[in-house]
Every structure is written in structure tokens, then in C-alpha cells.
Unconditional design. Structure first.
Length: 265
């Protein structure tokens, strides 16, 4: 596969698909405790969470030239909820009309984030003493603990992570994996499959097990799973030139694009 606008659209859509399904699952929890709302504006999807004010849960994906005319509607969606949002703009949808509209609303670009892609294949190499297996439903508390410790979140919030992910466990397309080193939990990785697209949605490794091949093993496991599930493409995101970016390239993925992040001053 070679990069093209059509392929870039597929990569962006894979990220939108998993985000919609993830946010809908959380929204469907009794009473919608996270205050989730989702609305589409043409090809753009606007995500909002009252209880999770962080940018990744209050973001607009898929915006392009056509949606620039609806920017006031999008911003009103957040104003009504007393929220703020960021915009994620991919290179294939960059247009002067959109850039000027964002600027006129007081937005500016703060950085880039890399999206990588590749053809799924069987690539598990075996990395003793690392073992990878899919988590069971009663191990989601373990997942939440590793999620918190691996990303630097306070362990006191573990139950929130568990609650927002257990709703994904039995949902079509979601798979949770964990890595053990010498029999001890060391890292986790998540993926989402829809149609023929596989998205690498999250991964983290505990600090004491980094630089030992854990993330690489989790990548290989999920890429192999995508291959066995009949997917045509696997897509992942990472901070540009980060360790995660390099690990994805080692696993055979290629840089598709870097998307811009726009926030309000």
C-alpha cells in the first residue's frame, strides 16, 4: 500500500470509528456518568465528556474544507455544554478556508501526532521471557492498574479506568491483551477491528519493564491478530519520533501522515 488521499481517508476513518464506538459504550453506562455526547457535522465527529475534560475526550476529528462552513455549529455544540475542544486536522484535508476559519475563531496549531499504517501479517517472533495473551473479563481490574501505572495516572482513579473499559470487553471488535515477563504483569495493549480495518488504540508498559521488548511483543501480537481476522490494514497513532513511533516502524508500519492539533488561545 502506498500513501494516497484515499488511503489517508481510510486511516483517519479507522480512528474515528473506534472513538465513536468507545464513547458510545461509555455513554451507554447507566445514567451516562461521564456525561458523554457525540454529534456529527458532515464528515466531522465531535466528542464531548463532562466528567473527562481532557483533550482526547473533547475533540473534533474528520474536519475538512466542507465542514469549515459549519464551524460555528461545532463550537456551539461545545458552548452549550460549557466545554472546550481541540481540532485534529490531517494533511489530506488541510485547506486555506479551514485554516483561516479556525484562526478567526482564536485557534492555533500546537503540535503534530503521527499516524502509521501497514498490511497485517503473521509476525509474532517469540520473545522469551515475554508471554502475551488476551485478557479475561475478570482481569479488567489488572488492566486498569497497569493502565494507570504505565501512563502516570493516580492509582486512586483505577476504578474509573476499569468501568470505562469493561463496557468494551464484550463489545464487537474490541480485544485486550497483556504481557507478562517471567510470569509478572508488565504491559497491556488494546485493539479495535471494524470491517477490514484494525486500530491499535492503546498500549503502555510498566516503567520497570521498559526497553525489554514488551511493547514490541504487544504490537506483533495485535498485528498478527489483525491478519488472522482478515483485516486489510492496521493503523496506529503515536507521538512523532517517540519510542512508540519507532517500535511501530520496527513492527513494519509506515508513517502515513502527521495530523495537526489545534486549540483555542
Amino acid at each position: 500500500m502506498y500513501i494516497s488521499k484515499e488511503l489517508a481517508d481510510i486511516m483517519e476513518q479507522s480512528e474515528i470509528d473506534y472513538m465513536i464506538d468507545r464513547m458510545k459504550a461509555i455513554q451507554e453506562r447507566p445514567g451516562n456518568p461521564m456525561g458523554i455526547d457525540i454529534q456529527t457535522f458532515g464528515g466531522a465527529a465531535a466528542f464531548y465528556s463532562q466528567a473527562m475534560p481532557w483533550p482526547q475526550f473533547n475533540t473534533v476529528k474528520g474536519i475538512g474544507e466542507q465542514e469549515a462552513e459549519r464551524l460555528d455549529e461545532i463550537l456551539e455544540f461545545y458552548r452549550k455544554r460549557q466545554g472546550r475542544c481541540q481540532f485534529e486536522v490531517v494533511p489530506s484535508k488541510t485547506h486555506p478556508k479551514l485554516m483561516k476559519a479556525l484562526f478567526d475563531q482564536g485557534y492555533y496549531q500546537t503540535g503534530y501526532h503521527a499516524t502509521l499504517y501497514g498490511e497485517p501479517r503473521s509476525c509474532e517472533t517469540g520473545r522469551e521471557p515475554i508471554t502475551i495473551r488476551e485478557l479475561t473479563a475478570d482481569e479488567m481490574d489488572l488492566y486498569a492498574e497497569i493502565h494507570c501505572l504505565g501512563t502516570g495516572l493516580p492509582i486512586s482513579g483505577k476504578h474509573h479506568i476499569a468501568d470505562n473499559n469493561i463496557v468494551l470487553y464484550d463489545r464487537d471488535g474490541w480485544k485486550f491483551f497483556a504481557a507478562w515477563v517471567n510470569g509478572k504483569p508488565a504491559g497491556v495493549g488494546v485493539m479495535y477491528i471494524q470491517d477490514d480495518k484494525a486500530s491499535l488504540t492503546f498500549a503502555t508498559t510498566l516503567a520497570e519493564y521498559r526497553n525489554q521488548g514488551v511493547q514490541q511483543a504487544l504490537l506483533e501480537k495485535r498485528i498478527t491478530e489483525a491478519h488472522q481476522s482478515g483485516c486489510r490494514i492496521v493503523v496506529g497513532q503515536a507521538a512523532y519520533a517517540s519510542t512508540s513511533h519507532r517500535n511501530m516502524e520496527r513492527a513494519g508500519l509506515k508513517l502515513g501522515y502527521t495530523r495537526g492539533t489545534w486549540v483555542q488561545a
